[in-house]
Design a protein around this ligand. Structure first.
Ligand code: OTU
Length: 628
């Protein structure tokens, strides 16, 4: 058979495998419609046929190893192309910097053409087929993807699929009255439905963009806008929207993108009387997209951006009563929240409870773990977990918001409140990892011990994120202890959005200091390099391994063991106290770590620190990896 005949045959083999999944998912959302199923299969077939030889080769390799993205040496880096390096060409010139950090997965923040002016950090797209001209063009994106592939690195980009900018051609046609495109959005002639919806739907941006609907003076009607008034929610009840967005997704895959971050997926489906998040149909839509992707571009990975409560999370990885392939990756916001909670309280009881209660992820999927990202932090502490350890859930959430918002007397954190909601009492937090970990205060007072403590805290959080299970994502600037952008409010396009506080431009002078002995940059950069190297050498760190939290006597210490069937176990101990802690030596046996493995640290070439009784000794904010 010729190359393309082989590929066509492979397509048919995949179709045999996924037809049932695709049909079931589409039927659950759109009703029985064989024509729709055939149309989607046709879309996938032509997308496959137009993939380049180089991408087909990647597809073949990834079909042979479908867990390629779960390998232990995958470490991610997250940045805005312009803020990191001026644009896509600049990014291509900085790949050596990322390689120094052990990065093998680059997530570039939204880069498709956004609306002019205010655009929610690129999450208001006017043209899904074009790159933001300030960053470059599609050829630059393809060239970047090819460069990355040559170095064994993968490219992740955002796809905003819950809404378009109101200036998108579909929205303009809808506003002009074109019935085809009116059916792409959700319009209401008066406030009847909007009022009913707003009775049960919480505001995402209560201060910046209150309400979930926007009045259109042109037509005197209301349009559904979950986020800003310039972001119109797509109507996913319309199968044409499904096909259009599938086309966009497969188009990105055709340009060489390896991982697509599916933005705001919990919001895709609306149901009156609910909070309009995590509806069963939203999952079915993701399952149908996954099936179509597997047909057309089997090398492509889908990452769910669902920053929801812990019980709502695993379903985005396909964990339902019966497992159904959905996204390959999802954000572990639960671990992130627990890390900050441990740091503020110096007590790991809540984290132990929450992380232990959680279900394992389905085979072939994994988390992405992180300490900070471009968004605010929502204090997602489940009532059940807080109550189980004797905390008042609402009071603990309020404590975390106050602590990290810089409102707690004597606290080290210097973030700011984001999205305060007087109705629900909910308050979220903005701020860089360094600001939240105490570096702002330390620098202002010139207190070197406080500065060292802040750096210790950042390193501790990353040491857990790199080992807990999942692809760790390093957020640009954290490797240099960047405190953020003090001038964020000067740009009128986002003066009302303090998330820009922690979206600074890359400070390449600070980056240059990573080679100067004694600087904060050298300290953190070297630690992250060490963690990436240790991780790459430890098969238990594969993202498809399993994590088990261990009970140790000292509540300051989080202890967990990471296992993978192909490797020896890795034990991680993390001390969240500002004083030394010790852990009973029996934890090694409990974790299954013995022999020579028990003599040395895995994360650095040093013996395991133990006292005369055999207990493992951790300094303030210290950690060890052992075994693996
Ligand atoms: C996402 O965040 C993006 O990460 C934000 O930067 C965007 O503003 C937003 O979508 C709109 O496109 O509510 O507070 O469960 O948490 O999608 C941020 C998912 C958000 C939501 C998430 C959303």
């Amino acid at each position: 058979m010729s190359g393309s005949a082989t590929d066509a045959d492979a397509f048919e083999a995949r179709l045999d495998l996924v037809r049932a999944d695709l049909t079931e998912a589409l039927t659950a959302v759109y009703g029985e419609d064989p024509g729709l199923v055939e149309a989607v299969v046709g879309d996938a077939r032509s997308a496959m046929a137009s993939r380049s030889q180089a991408l087909r080769r990647l597809d073949r390799r990834r079909e042979i190893d479908p867990t390629w993205f779960l390998a232990q040496d995958v470490v991610g880096y997250v940045c805005y192309a312009d803020r990191f390096a001026g644009g896509l060409r600049g990014v291509r010139e900085r790949l050596g910097y990322l390689e120094e950090l052990g990065v093998r997965y680059l997530h570039l923040m939204p880069l498709l053409r956004p609306r002019e002016g205010e655009n929610d950090g690129g999450y208001a797209v006017v043209d899904y087929d074009a790159v933001d001209p300030r960053l470059g063009d599609m050829a630059d994106l393809e060239a970047l993807a090819a460069d990355l592939h040559e170095r064994g690195m993968a490219l992740c980009v955002d796809l905003v699929l819950n809404h378009t900018a109101r200036e998108h051609a579909w929205a303009r046609a809808a506003l002009a009255g074109d019935p085809t495109y009116r059916a792409y959005y959700r319009f209401f002639p008066d406030r009847t439905v909007p009022d009913a919806v707003e009775a049960t739907v919480p505001d995402v941006f209560p201060d910046m963009a209150p309400g979930s609907f926007t009045h259109l003076p042109e037509t005197d009607e209301w349009v559904w806008t979950t986020f800003h008034e310039f972001q119109w929610d797509l109507n996913w009840e319309n199968p044409a929207v499904f096909r259009a967005m599938l086309g966009v997704l497969l188009g990105l895959a055709g340009h060489g993108v390896d991982v697509v971050r599916l933005d705001a997926v919990p919001f895709l489906w609306k149901r009156l009387g609910t909070d309009c998040q995590n509806q069963p149909e939203a999952h079915r839509i993701l399952q149908a997209l996954r099936a179509a992707v597997r047909l057309a571009a089997p090398g492509l990975v889908l990452k769910a951006e669902a920053i929801v409560g812990p019980d709502e999370l695993v379903p985005y990885l396909g964990g339902h009563e019966v497992e159904r392939p959905e996204c390959h990756l999802a954000y572990d916001n639960q671990l992130m929240v627990m890390l900050w909670s441990c740091l503020a309280t110096r007590d790991t009881a809540l984290a132990r409870q929450a992380l232990r209660r959680r279900r394992d992820v389905p085979a072939g999927t994994g988390w992405v773990t992180y300490v900070r990202c471009h968004d605010d932090i929502g204090w997602a502490v489940a009532d059940a977990d807080a109550s189980a350890v004797g905390l008042d859930p609402a009071a603990h959430r309020a404590f975390l918001a106050a602590y990290y918002g810089g409102r707690h007397p004597g606290g080290f954190a210097r973030g700011v409140d984001f999205g305060s909601n007087p109705t629900s009492g909910d308050v979220r937090t903005s701020g860089s990892a360094a600001a939240l970990a105490g570096l702002v205060d330390a620098c202002e007072t010139g207190d070197t011990a406080a500065e060292a403590a802040a750096l210790d805290r950042i390193e501790l959080l990353y040491a857990v994120a790199y080992a807990h299970g999942g692809i760790p994502l390093l957020y640009m600037g954290d490797e240099l202890a960047s405190v953020g952008d003090p001038h964020w409010a000067e740009d009128p396009d986002h003066a009302d959005d303090n998330r820009w506080l922690h979206r600074p431009s890359m400070d390449w002078e600070a980056a240059a200091r990573r080679h100067e002995p004694g600087t904060a940059e050298t300290r953190l950069f070297a630690s992250l390099q060490r963690l990436a190297r240790a991780r790459a050498a430890t098969e238990a760190c594969r993202s498809d391994g399993r994590t088990r939290v261990l009970e140790v006597a000292d509540r300051h210490v989080l202890a967990f063991v990471r296992r993978h069937p192909r490797s020896r176990p890795l034990l991680v101990l993390a001390n969240f106290s500002d004083a030394p802690s010790s852990v009973e030596g029996s934890v090694l046996a409990e974790a299954g770590v013995g022999g020579d493995d028990a003599l040395r640290r895995r994360d650095r070439e040093e013996p395991l620190p133990r006292d005369a009784t055999g207990a493992l000794v951790l300094p303030a904010w210290g950690y060890v990896w052992v075994g693996g």
